[in-house]
Write a protein that binds this ligand. Structure first.
Ligand SMILES: [Zn+2]
Length: 85
């Protein structure tokens, strides 16, 4: 049984992430146009700055990031396949 509710506040239309492959990796800057990303679910911040997340799960294009906690909470529902890097 999943511990999260169907109306969990972190849900906000992430259906596009269902069944995708995710890469478990250290955070890196995908583009020089910005310096951080947010978890697709809880909006936790990924960046090179102290106190921000330094590791997580990204889509294969490294455009979308998911934090460890949300990954654990949603991995069964979203049926993610994790690629090790
Ligand atoms: Zn999160």
């Amino acid at each position: 049984m999943s511990k999260i509710q169907s109306d969990d506040w972190r849900r906000s239309g992430q259906d596009f992430l269902k069944g995708v492959k995710l890469i478990a990796q250290d955070y890196f800057l995908y583009s020089s146009d910005w310096d951080h990303d947010h978890c697709e679910f809880c909006m936790a911040k990924f960046s090179m700055n102290e106190g921000d997340l330094k590791r997580g799960y990204s889509t294969t294009d490294s455009y979308h990031w998911i934090c460890e906690e949300c990954f654990q909470d949603f991995k069964e529902e979203f049926n993610w396949e994790v690629i090790k890097k």
